[in-house]
Design a protein around this ligand. Structure first.
Ligand SMILES: [Cu+2]
Length: 141
């Protein structure tokens, strides 16, 4: 019985999506590279005089069409982006800049660790939810 609860707890822990925080430190993002799993969220803080703007490459300053963007300078202090399956379907590395400070090298990137989502972090999409329920039943029955 104890084993069942341990397995259940492990499964639920695996099902949780993670949030990664990137802060600003002078004219840099810290950390400038984060590696996330599908379904995870990145939250940028301290954006007061900065932006988070997706660009096409590690050297580009051209905004990615339909890419993520925190808005114009001063629009927000914090900005979050969830790298869900639909987002990740486009690329496995996402590059971004701070628009006013890109020329000073203020840029970063988000790497996607794997194309396979966590059991339900995929989340709450129908398939992920179904898979979690089946897994729970298999443990409990
Ligand atoms: Cu900046």
């Amino acid at each position: 019985m104890a084993l069942r609860f341990i397995t259940l707890a492990a499964l639920l822990a695996a099902a949780l999506c993670a949030t990664f925080t990137v802060t600003t430190n002078g004219l840099t993002f810290s950390p400038s590279t984060v590696t996330v799993s599908v379904g995870d969220t990145v939250t940028w803080t301290g954006l007061d005089i900065h932006t988070v703007t997706q660009v096409d490459s590690s050297s580009s300053t051209t905004r990615t069409t339909n890419g993520f963007r925190s808005g114009s300078v001063g629009a927000v202090t914090n900005f979050s982006k969830t790298f869900d399956a639909a987002t990740v379907g486009i690329a496995t590395t996402f590059f971004y800049i701070c628009e006013p400070h890109a020329s000073s090298g203020m840029r970063g990137q988000v790497n996607i660790a794997t194309a396979t989502p966590r059991p339900s972090c995929a989340s709450l999409d129908a398939n992920g939810f179904f898979a979690l329920i089946v897994a729970l039943l298999a443990i409990l029955v």
